[in-house]
Design a protein around this ligand. Structure first.
Ligand code: NDP
Ligand code: 8X3
Length: 259
């Protein structure tokens, strides 16, 4: 039987790339997200690529909807081998003392509480089967705060602590736990952060060749495909000209030469 991966936030960016990578890597997929139309288009595409695909449309901030969605899974779909907790976002880049309460709630409810909800719903089955892998999408932003990053950075620092805690709590099982921490990845992330200001979003990647969702999906797949005794506990993936959350060398002429 093919392995099954459940991916949150599969309608865009890193989540969508992971869905494609795991499908071509021989997995069947449970793709989840808030936009049914996008999920259906992806389902169609992945089926054409040979994967069996189940679709669940819900908001990870809605605990009851998340619970109902997972409870609706039947047959083989109950046996999730890989959970990729990817759904997440940043909102704003204001100084903390000028931050927006709604933005804060959205980040905390999605990046921290949504991730915890999905973990709580899926991991007991993994423990019961003594098999599985949880891949949490953290961030370089969780390693150190940067100007205006305050609450977003805090949510990703929380992802690190939550991931480490889960790994400790599962140490007597064969369930593996990974914190995958990307740096700059060009997705819809910055458009969402700047509330649809696409010019400002594009500026984030000025003069540097950023990572792509596919780059991160490759790393997630590598971690999942590692031999069972190998647990990729944490991995920081940066663009070549990014050294940390804040140290980035921007030179438009040079980025073109990277193949
Ligand atoms: P995108 O904006 O392209 O994708 C985010 C995905 O998460 C979308 O599918 C979005 O769905 C989904 N999502 C957001 N909120 C919810 C919610 N409440 N319930 C369900 N799904 C939700 O950004 P990325 O692909 O870049 O982001 C994916 C993850 O990677 C995030 O956790 C982000 O923090 C992390 N990350 C991103 C980096 C980057 O530079 N891009 C770097 C480091 C980490 P919808 O379309 O409905 O909003
Ligand atoms: C996303 C990377 O540096 O924009 O987590 O916060 S960063």
């Amino acid at each position: 039987m093919k392995k099954i991966a459940l991916i949150t936030g599969a309608t865009s960016g890193i989540g969508q790339a992971c869905a494609r990578r795991f499908a071509t890597g021989g997995y069947d997929l449970i793709i989840t997200g808030r936009n049914r139309e996008k999920l259906e288009a992806l389902q169609q595409e992945l089926r054409t690529a040979g994967a069996d695909v189940c679709l669940l449309c819900f908001d990870v901030r809605d605990r009851e909807a998340s619970r109902a969605a997972v409870a609706s899974l039947g047959g083989k779909w109950c046996q999730v081998d890989v959970l990729i907790n990817n759904a997440g976002l940043a909102r704003g880049l204001e100084p903390e003392y000028e931050g927006n309460f709604t933005d804060w709630d959205e980040m905390i409810d999605t990046n921290v509480k949504g991730l915890l909800t999905m973990t709580r719903l899926i991991v007991p089955g993994m423990v019961q089967r003594n098999r599985g892998h949880v891949i949490n999408i953290g961030s370089v932003a969780g390693d150190a705060a940067y100007a205006g990053g305050n609450v977003y950075c805090a949510t990703k620092a929380a992802v690190k602590a939550i991931t480490d805690g889960l790994r400790i709590d599962l140490v007597n099982t064969r369930v593996r736990v990974t914190n995958l921490k990307p740096g700059l990845v060009e997705t819809n992330f910055s458009n969402v952060r700047f509330h649809g200001d696409n010019d400002r979003a594009a500026g984030v990647y000025d003069g540097i060749r950023p990572l792509t969702g596919d780059d991160i999906a490759d790393v997630a797949f590598y971690a999942a495909a590692a031999p069972e005794h190998v647990q990729i506990a944490e991995v920081l993936v940066l663009a070549t000209h990014q050294a940390s959350g804040t140290v980035i060398s921007r030179d438009a002429s040079r980025t073109e030469s990277l193949t």
